[in-house]
Design a protein around this ligand. Structure first.
Ligand SMILES: [Zn+2]
Length: 242
């Protein structure tokens, strides 16, 4: 992790999965590994699809129902994880390793609960939000690269963006022109980045343009020397060197 720049690509899978295959095909074209953060509800609706995807992708947890954790008490959060983990084990015969909180809302107690349920990493914290956006999530220490939060065994893989926290995220990729990202990467190539989107990003008429832009971005990241790793690969790498 010291010498190479790392990019963690992920797709949050909830509600609508119409565009998932198209998005994954774009990553596949460049042999880029991806982590899918899937809700328990979607897993339950499409177990066969995710059993197939599990051969090529890491399937991680995005909560059971996608309810936001700042609205849930301890018991309700526990139930969310319990339902997810039980169902996950039933279809994949193993435990999920990674978690991403719906709407990125996680706190210290939430991380403790994740540890109790055997999760090895969390990828929820947005360490550097664009100044004009409000963030309701975790407000602890915010490094821009993977770290162990104080007193925790669980690894935090933060959702880190480009300069000024401009995210490499679906909605932003849709809205910002490619030349803008190109310009940002001319100024600075961060040692660690996340590229994340939703299964429902760019549905409808904008799908084609979105996928073209995504492809350009993937080419750019490859040209800049980024190594793409899944969440569990990042965890393995860092836990070995710990
Ligand atoms: Zn979500």
């Amino acid at each position: 992790m010291k010498t190479k720049k790392v990019c963690f690509a992920s797709v949050d899978v909830e509600r609508n999965i119409e565009n998932l295959n198209k998005i994954l095909a774009t990553f596949e074209k460049y042999k880029i590994p991806v982590t899918l953060f899937v809700t328990g509800k979607i897993l339950k609706q499409q177990p066969e699809l995710f059993k197939k995807l599990e051969r090529d992708y890491e399937i991680a947890c995005h909560g059971f129902s996608h309810r936001f954790w700042d609205n849930l008490n301890f018991e309700e959060r526990k139930k969310e994880l319990e339902n997810f983990v039980n169902f996950y084990q039933k279809i994949f015969s193993k435990k999920p390793k990674g978690f991403r909180a719906p709407s990125h809302i996680i706190d210290y107690d939430g991380m403790k609960l994740l540890e109790d349920w055997g999760f090895l990493y969390d990828s929820s914290v947005v360490p550097h939000y664009p100044p004009f956006k409000k963030y309701r999530g975790y407000k602890g220490r915010r490094p821009l690269f993977p770290y162990y939060p104080q007193g925790k065994k669980i690894l935090e893989i933060p959702v880190s963006g480009q300069l000024l926290g401009i995210p490499l995220a679906g909605a932003w990729i849709s809205r910002l022109p490619f030349w803008f990202y190109n310009f940002l990467f001319k100024i600075y190539t961060p040692p660690f980045l996340t590229l994340n989107m939703h299964s429902w990003d760019a549905l409808g008429r904008t799908t084609f343009q979105f996928l073209k832009k995504l492809e350009k971005l993937l080419k750019l990241l490859k040209n800049k020397g980024y190594l793409f790793l899944t969440g569990e690969q990042i965890y393995d790498l860092l836990s070995k060197n710990r």
